[in-house]
Design a protein around this ligand. Structure first.
Ligand SMILES: [Zn+2]
Length: 850
């Protein structure tokens, strides 16, 4: 089909709004503030915020504006609180009473007869799904301006927490794109540039993360700011307005019944279905097609429509077919942006009406949810969890902070405890009792899951957090758990204090590599021009605190080799230790009691990494974003982001480390890449980039193939194909790899079994060189999650990491994603080791397989 011109005509408010209602003329209409009709252009974030402010100014009796916080790009995350004047006058007492429904020690005596319900209306967490946010202009106007008994009833009975944009940075990127490509005569041809955003697109936040996977890990500022308000108010319903493929219609939950997380009680889905009747009725009224109980699920608690389900609320996913621009030709005819906005607006209204009518059902459900959490906890064999170890205090603190964001009660360990899973020490470990209101979410965070009702998943199948963090932890049963284990309750998170033991040295300083921020400290020293060495052997040496054993990967800073004087070095070392939560040791002699002396050739100099990463069209944006976030936010290490064409053009000698994540690299100059590695570069490839590098003669890796499950002689039903083939996806599960703790890529690990996250079908054969596979999967590696038998067989005895020597360079092949969604801190050390120590890996240990 050729270009199709559609005469552009702006829809005024009459197209969207209920007609049988009068509106307060003193309330500005969207066009008065944003200068265009709703749906005529994509509203930008600045104008959106201006409109929300205007509502709070014009209708102060109904609308209050709060700023939850700011995004990475310093955009405000605004929240309107909309309710009747009467409720606004008592807002804090309404809130306090409401939140008591989630406290089983207080909730029994509460009378819900006259209690308002709390509903969070949330829009467009995916920045390129903008019908939701644009509908928020209409909903805000309607709620501020509508007059009459119907709106009065609604506002008397409902406190609305109104979040016009879940992802302001992504929204701004996308609106800029589609607006700059809009023609006066709307072009509906899908081939037109308007419908194909440049990489990475507006779906993601600043660091190219999907914020609709971050409600549980809460790595990002947007999620952290939002969760504070979520738990401040504990809404009963939360809506999550999205868009789906352009040829679809409209989806609302409930989703696929067999794909609900088993920790979510069945009443949740019953209430979701009751609310669904209102959406159906409202969509029928405007003639819109829709579907339910298909495609989408409620399994992973990191999504906005699922997180509320494990917090006594009901999350509702809406998915509108996307016009992706201003109007697009689809299987269902021309889909115009205003039509998509209208469906989102109407289902916001149906949600509010359902909430008003079913108010007591939802309030009682919230109370029951938390009461039954306590009774289930009492009946459970697991009475609590213990977490944390002395080797990585910062990581432990990040974990505890994550628990606290979800209002999970955590206590310092009061007495040392030994368990089947190791010993835990007072001062470095924490206890999470199971008997508390967040009992179900605690299970959602700690459980290993291996039994499933269905084999299709919209997202990952497991996320067991202590495994992801790579932290010591243990379940405590009734014999192990007692309240005497509970020390101080954790109220505020304090980062571990670093220190330099022994004061100034004229010989050397040492620090160990175990802590999360050791690479950050190392880079800070290197960036200041300090020469550092790494111990490739163990040793014991006299420190100011007596004799101490140091492990592989210990960093040594010899004082005499520095260009700077010893006083300045002392100040720098002390600052770096304190800032990064590390313990540095001052030593006066390089003579080891056992193992290598500090002047040994087994203490090579560590070259300062100069890092580049290939990004742009074809590259998996979230995988690349995870690395950008890790280096920039956690480690303060700059990385240059190169497009393939830029790589082909520029002098690569200024970089000694190049990162490639999964993606298509068809435009890359392979000869140049090979020559760069041969000349001494360290190439780090992850996931599908491992296959690309091998297929293009850059590396030498052989692959295993998973068997196909379908026997061609067997007759299968057409209708079962999706289920059978979908089951062969590796949606994401946790596997334990065996590590060679003497290998540079394993420095800083103390446990032999490292949990890694696999969401691909890259299965590497172990290298023939016995030293070149420092991480590999054994006979039974699955720790948590779902994977088909065929894929499980392929993973067994496969390699997780292979190192190749290529000329003077190295290729480090990592089959899985060590940085998954920035909460996989158990993989951070592996990845940072590749960056810092890749070039120290002995050439002979990684040669072979050619
Ligand atoms: Zn979406």
């Amino acid at each position: 089909m050729g270009a199709y011109a559609l005469f552009a005509q702006a829809q005024d408010l009459g197209y969207y709004l209920p007609q049988d209602i009068t509106y307060n003329p003193s309330i500005p209409k969207p066009k008065d503030i944003i200068f265009h009709e709703v749906g005529e252009w994509h509203v930008t974030h600045d104008r959106l915020v201006n409109y929300m402010r205007a509502m709070a100014t014009a209708a102060p009796d109904r609308v209050k504006l709060e700023t939850m916080g700011f995004t990475y790009e310093s955009r405000p995350q605004v929240l309107l609180i909309i309710t009747s004047k009467k409720n606004h006058d008592n807002l804090e007492s309404i809130r306090q009473q409401h939140v008591q429904l989630t406290d089983p020690t207080k909730s029994s005596s509460l009378n819900v007869d006259n209690m308002p319900i709390v509903v969070w209306i949330g829009h467009s967490i995916h920045g390129n799904e903008q019908s939701g946010t644009n509908a928020s202009l209409l909903s805000a106007y309607y709620l501020a301006a509508a007059q009459g008994k119907q709106i009065d009833d609604l506002l008397d009975n409902v406190v609305i927490l109104f979040d016009p944009s879940f992802n302001p940075d992504g929204m701004q990127r996308f609106s800029t794109w589609v607006n700059q490509h809009k023609s006066k005569n709307l072009v509906t041809d899908v081939n037109s540039r308007e419908f194909s955003e440049v990489w990475p697109g507006g779906r993601f936040n600043h660091y190219w993360f999907d914020l609709n996977r971050d409600w549980l890990p809460a790595v990002h500022v947007e999620s952290q700011n939002r969760l504070k308000w979520f738990h401040h108010w504990k809404p009963n319903i939360l809506t999550d307005h999205h868009e789906q493929g352009s040829n679809a219609t409209f989806f609302f939950q409930p989703g696929v019944p067999s794909r609900v997380n088993p920790l979510t009680p069945s009443q949740n889905q019953e209430l979701t279905a009751k609310l669904g009747k209102f959406h159906a009725q409202y969509l029928d009224r405007i003639g819109s097609l829709y579907f339910t109980k298909e495609n989408y699920d409620d399994f992973y608690y990191g999504k906005g429509s699922t997180y509320p389900d494990v917090n006594g609320a009901i999350g509702i996913l809406f998915e509108q077919a996307s016009s992706r621009g201003h109007a697009q030709q689809t299987a269902n005819g021309i889909l115009k942006f205003p039509a998509t906005i209208k469906n989102q607006f109407v289902t916001a209204l149906s949600t509010l009406e359902g909430a008003r009518v079913l108010r007591k059902d939802f309030l009682n459900w919230q109370r029951d949810f938390y009461k039954t959490a306590i009774s289930e906890a009492n009946g459970s064999a697991i009475k609590g969890y213990i977490i944390g170890g002395k080797d990585d205090l910062t990581k432990t603190s990040v974990f505890v902070e994550m628990l606290r964001r979800h209002q999970i009660e955590v206590y310092e360990l009061a007495n040392n405890l030994s368990t089947d899973n190791g010993s835990f020490e007072k001062g470095t470990a924490f206890v999470v009792p199971a008997n508390q209101p967040q009992y179900r979410l605690i299970h959602g965070i700690f459980d290993k899951t291996l039994a499933y009702k269905d084999s299709l998943f919209y997202d990952i199948t497991a996320w067991t957090m202590p495994l992801a963090f790579g932290m010591p932890y243990a379940e405590l049963n009734a014999t192990k758990f007692s309240s005497s284990l509970l020390g101080n309750k954790v109220e505020t998170i304090t980062n571990p204090k670093g220190q330099l033991l022994g004061g100034k040295s004229d010989y050397a300083y040492l620090f160990e590599w175990d802590e999360l921020l050791a690479p950050k400290a190392l880079f800070e020293l290197q960036d200041a021009g300090v020469l550092v060495k790494v111990a490739t052997n163990k040793f014991e040496i006299e420190t100011s605190n007596g004799a101490k054993k140091f492990d592989y990967g210990t960093i040594s800073i010899p004082v005499n080799l520095q260009r700077t004087d010893s006083d300045k070095l002392f100040e720098l070392v002390k600052t770096v230790a304190e800032k990064n939560g590390l313990t540095f040791y001052s030593v006066k002699s390089g003579n080891a009691i056992s193992g290598s002396d500090l002047g040994s050739s087994r203490m090579p100099v560590v070259t300062k990494p100069s890092v580049a990463m290939l990004v742009g069209t074809g590259v998996n944006a979230t995988d690349a974003g995870e690395i950008w976030h890790l280096l920039d936010q956690r480690m303060n290490i700059p990385s240059t982001h190169l497009e393939q064409a830029t790589f082909n053009r520029v002098d690569m000698d200024k970089y000694n480390t190049l990162i490639m994540v999964g993606g298509g690299y068809g435009d890359l100059n392979k000869d140049k890449l090979r020559a760069w590695v041969q000349g001494g570069g360290v190439l780090i490839v992850t996931e599908e980039a491992v296959q690309w590098a091998a297929q293009n003669g850059i590396s030498t890796v052989n692959f295993k193939r998973a068997k196909t499950p379908v026997d061609s002689t067997r007759k299968l039903s057409y209708v079962d194909r999706e289920q059978i083939e979908g089951a062969q996806q590796v949606s994401g599960a946790i596997f334990g790899a065996e590590a060679d703790l003497t290998h540079p890529l394993a420095y800083g690990y103390n446990q032999k079994n490292i949990s890694l996250f696999k969401a691909n079908r890259v299965f590497m054969e172990k290298s023939k060189n016995p030293y070149a596979t420092p991480f590999y999967y054994g006979k039974d590696p699955l720790q948590s999650g779902w994977v088909s038998k065929e894929n499980a067989d392929a993973i067994k005895n496969s390699a997780a990491v292979i190192v190749n020597t290529v000329g003077s360079g190295r290729v480090i092949n990592i089959a899985d994603n060590p940085n998954f969604r920035a909460f996989w801190l158990g993989g951070t050390k592996l990845f940072m080791n590749a960056i810092f120590f890749g070039r120290t890996i002995d050439a002979g240990s990684a040669r072979g397989d050619e």
